[in-house]
Design a binder for this molecule. Structure first.
Ligand SMILES: Cc1cc2nc3c(=O)[nH]c(=O)nc-3n(C[C@H](O)[C@H](O)[C@H](O)COP(=O)(O)O)c2cc1C
Length: 172
């Protein structure tokens, strides 16, 4: 196994951190929100389960994110975990096609739920009420209390080493 480390100054620390994070695999989600502040959605890999009693999740969004601003005002959000065939949706909500599709939701199928935030059809969705926001460095952690879950029976899309990947079973 090859590992490297060099921790001398702040810029090395940042570069080492980013290099390490390239080898962390995450599910790809689209975090959506709607309400009095309007609709928004962004691709987010910084997602985690927090608690089952009560059901809680967290997502981390850059402090500059438009979606974050709207989550703050709407106090509602939905975490849509994408299936492996939905790379195009991940790219759309990461802003790769904002010029072609200024409305990121254009042509995206959504499903009704208990909350106002869009549930992307075919995704595993955690529909949340915003519980708390915690600023940490460049990002804001949004803690959500889950009010409804739609479980999709599929293999999730993965992001690792700056690429989209799929999961495969280990033999044996
Ligand atoms: C695979 C992938 C994962 C991403 N994960 C995050 C993330 O965890 N948090 C974040 O703030 N931005 C993340 N981004 C970047 C946002 O999706 C992107 O900046 C988006 O345009 C933000 O939209 P907004 O400003 O409308 O909220 C990710 C992008 C990609 C392609």
């Amino acid at each position: 196994m090859n590992t490297t480390s060099k921790t001398t100054d702040t810029s090395d620390l940042r570069e080492d951190f980013l290099a390490g994070m390239r080898y962390v695999a995450n599910s790809v989600t689209v975090v959506t929100t709607d309400g009095k502040a309007g609709i928004s959605g962004a691709t987010v890999s910084a997602f985690s389960s927090v608690s089952a009693d009560p059901p809680m999740v967290l997502v981390c969004l850059n402090a500059e994110s438009n979606t974050l601003e709207k989550i703050r005002d709407n106090a509602d959000f939905c975490v849509n975990v994408l299936p492996e065939g939905a790379k195009h949706i991940a790219e759309r909500f990461a802003g790769f096609h904002d010029e072609e599709f200024p409305d990121r939701f254009d042509g995206i199928d959504v499903t009704a739920s208990k909350g106002p935030s869009p549930v992307i059809s075919g995704a595993t969705a955690f529909i949340c009420k915003l519980d708390e926001m915690v600023t940490s460095g460049s990002h804001v952690i949004c803690l959500g209390r889950v009010i409804e879950t739609h479980a999709g029976n599929f293999t999730p899309l993965i992001y690792m080493d700056r690429k989209f990947k799929r999961i495969s079973d280990l033999e044996g």
